[in-house]
Write a protein that binds this ligand. Structure first.
Ligand code: GLN
Length: 451
C-alpha cells in the first residue's frame, strides 16, 4: 500500500518536479510484494519493512542504471549495490528509483544534471538545491518516504534547507562509502533526507555500519541514534558563531534561525555567541581540495572501463579525449582543470598543500569550540532557494553560497538541517546544527526538542 500510494503520487507530480532520473514502477511494485510476503510470514520485521525509498543516482544499484547525472555514465549498470543500499534492503526498504542530482555531485542547484532540472516542490519556479536536489524534492513532494543523498560540501544539508525537509551528514567514516561514486573521497559522506527527525534517527541507525570494504569506515558502538529522540535540552550548551550571521545572510533566514535558537533557549539550552573567523578561508580551501580529489577520481572515466565512448576517433588518445570532451559537462570539466592545476608540479605546494594546512586549522578551531559547546547552530545556506536559471551563469557566486556547510566536511564533523520557518515568499529556511565528531546524538536530541 505504501508503494502504491507513492507511485500514485509520482503519477501526479513527477512530470512537474522531475525528482527522478530512473523509475521502474513494475520492479518497485514487485519488490514491495515480495517484502509484503516476508512480513506476513513473519520473517521480516523492523521499522523499514516495506518503506519506499529513493536513492541518489551516484550510489551503485545492482542491475539499475547509475548515471551520476552525467552523459559519460548514461549506460552504466553496476554489478553490485552500495553498502548503504544493502543495509536498507536488509531492513526491508524498497527502492522506487534513482534521483536527479548535479553531475557527479558538483553543484548546488541540480541544474548541472545532463538529464534535466528538478523543480522545488515548495515553489516550482525555484531550484531544489543540490547536489542531492532530486532526493530532497522527492521527500518534499511525497514521491518517497525518505531518500539517500551524499554530502561532500553541503549536498544533503543545503537541499534539505531549500525544500523544507530534514537532512543529516554523519561524521566522516560513519556510513560506508563502498559503492558511492567518488567525488572528493576525503569529504564524501552518505546520509538520509527525511520528513522528520524521528525518521532521520531511524535511518541513520540502519545505514551506519563498519565496513571492511571502505578503508575509512569507523567502528562505532554508539549508533543507537533513536535513543537520542528525547525532548529535552536543559543545560545543552549551544554556540552561535557570529561569523555565520554577518554580511551576505538574507535577513529572513537570519530571523528564522535566531528565532529557532530562542525556542531552544526557552526550553533550557544555554546559548552563547563565539568567533569562528577561520570560516572565511573555508571556500578556497574546500574548492582546492575537492577539485584536486575530483580530478584524480574522475580519471577512470576514459571510455574503456565504464559507460559512454565517443563514436568517431583515431587511436587511443583521441578516443580518451573525445569521450571525455563529449561525456562531461562544463562544471565537471572546470573542476577537473582546476584540480589538475593545483596538483601539478610547481603549484602543488602553493595551492594543494596550503589548503591541507588550512583544513587542519579549521579542524582545530572547531575542536576549540567543542571544548565549550555541545552543538553549534547557524543557517544552512545564506539564502532560500534561488530561482531556476539564476545561479549557473556565475560559478563563483554559486561556490560562495556553500559558505556555511563546507567547513563541516573539511573537519569531518556531523551536520544536520532542520526546517525552521519560511521567508517572505513562503520558501523554507533550514537551521544547521553542527556537532563534534561522533556526537550525532546531541544533534538529534536538539533537533527533536525543537521540532
Ligand atoms: N556545492 C558543493 C560543490 O559543488 C557541494 C557539493 C556536494 O556536497 N556534493 O562541490
Amino acid at each position: 500500500e505504501a508503494m502504491k500510494a507513492v507511485l500514485e503520487q509520482i503519477e501526479k507530480t513527477e512530470e512537474t518536479y522531475h525528482c527522478y532520473i530512473t523509475i521502474d514502477k513494475e520492479k518497485a511494485m514487485q519488490a514491495a510484494k515480495e517484502v509484503q510476503e516476508k512480513i506476513e510470514a513473519g520473517t521480516l520485521t523492523g521499522p523499514l519493512a516495506g518503506v519506499p525509498v529513493a536513492i541518489k543516482d551516484n550510489l551503485c544499484t545492482k542491475g539499475v542504471v547509475t548515471t551520476c547525472a552525467s552523459k559519460i555514465l548514461e549506460n552504466f549498470v553496476p554489478q553490485y549495490d552500495a553498502e548503504a543500499v544493502v543495509k536498507l534492503q536488509e531492513a526491508g526498504a524498497v527502492m522506487i528509483g534513482k534521483t536527479n542530482m548535479d553531475e557527479f555531485a558538483m553543484g548546488s542547484t541540480t541544474e548541472t544534471s545532463a538529464y534535466g532540472v528538478t523543480k522545488n516542490p515548495r515553489n516550482p519556479e525555484h531550484v531544489p538545491g543540490g547536489s542531492s536536489g532530486g532526493s530532497a524534492a522527492a521527500v518534499a513532494a511525497d514521491e518517497c518516504f525518505f531518500a539517500l543523498g551524499s554530502d561532500t560540501g553541503g549536498s544533503i544539508r543545503q537541499p534539505a534547507s531549500y525544500c523544507g525537509v530534514v537532512g543529516m551528514k554523519p561524521t566522516y567514516g560513519t556510513v560506508s562509502r563502498y559503492g558511492l561514486v567518488a567525488y572528493g573521497s576525503s569529504l564524501d559522506q552518505i546520509g538520509p533526507l527525511c520528513k522528520d527527525v524521528t525518521d532521520c534517527a531511524t535511518i541513520m541507525e540502519i545505514i551506519a555500519s563498519h565496513d571492511l570494504k571502505d578503508s575509512t569506515s569507523v567502528e562505532r558502538k554508539d549508533t543507537d541514534f533513536t535513543s537520542a529522540l528525547v525532548d529535552d535540552v536543559k543545560g545543552m550548551r549551544i554556540g552561535i558563531p557570529k561569523d555565520y550571521f554577518g554580511e551576505g545572510l538574507d535577513p529572513d533566514v537570519k530571523a528564522s534561525v535566531l528565532n529557532a535558537v530562542e525556542v531552544l533557549k526557552a526550553k533550557g539550552a544555554i546559548v552563547e555567541e563565539f568567533d569562528l573567523s577561520l570560516v572565511e578561508y573555508a571556500i578556497p580551501t574546500y574548492y582546492t581540495i575537492a577539485a584536486a580529489e575530483a580530478s584524480s577520481n574522475l580519471e577512470r572515466f576514459d571510455g574503456v572501463k565504464y559507460g559512454y565512448r565517443a563514436k568517431d576517433y583515431e587511436g587511443l588518445h583521441n578516443m580518451y579525449k573525445k569521450t571525455r570532451s563529449e561525456g562531461f559537462g562544463p562544471e565537471v570539466k572546470r573542476r577537473i582543470m582546476l584540480g589538475s592545476f593545483v596538483l601539478s608540479s610547481g603549484y602543488y605546494d602553493a595551492y594543494y598543500l596550503k589548503a591541507l594546512r588550512v583544513k587542519a586549522l579549521i579542524k582545530k578551531a572547531f575542536d576549540e569550540a567543542f571544548a565549550k559547546y555541545d552543538v553549534i547552530i547557524g543557517p544552512a545556506a545564506p539564502t532560500t532557494a534561488p530561482k531556476l536559471g539564476s545561479s549557473l551563469s556565475d560559478p563563483i557566486k554559486m561556490y560562495l553560497s556553500d559558505i556555511y556547510t563546507i567547513s563541516v566536511n573539511l573537519a569531518g564533523l556531523p551536520g544536520m538541517t532542520v526546517p525552521c520557518g519560511t521567508d517572505k515568499n513562503g520558501l523554507p529556511v533550514g537551521m544547521q546544527l553542527i556537532g563534534n565528531c561522533f556526537e550525532e546524538k546531541k544533534l538529534i536530541q536538539t533537533a527533536y526538542t525543537y521540532e
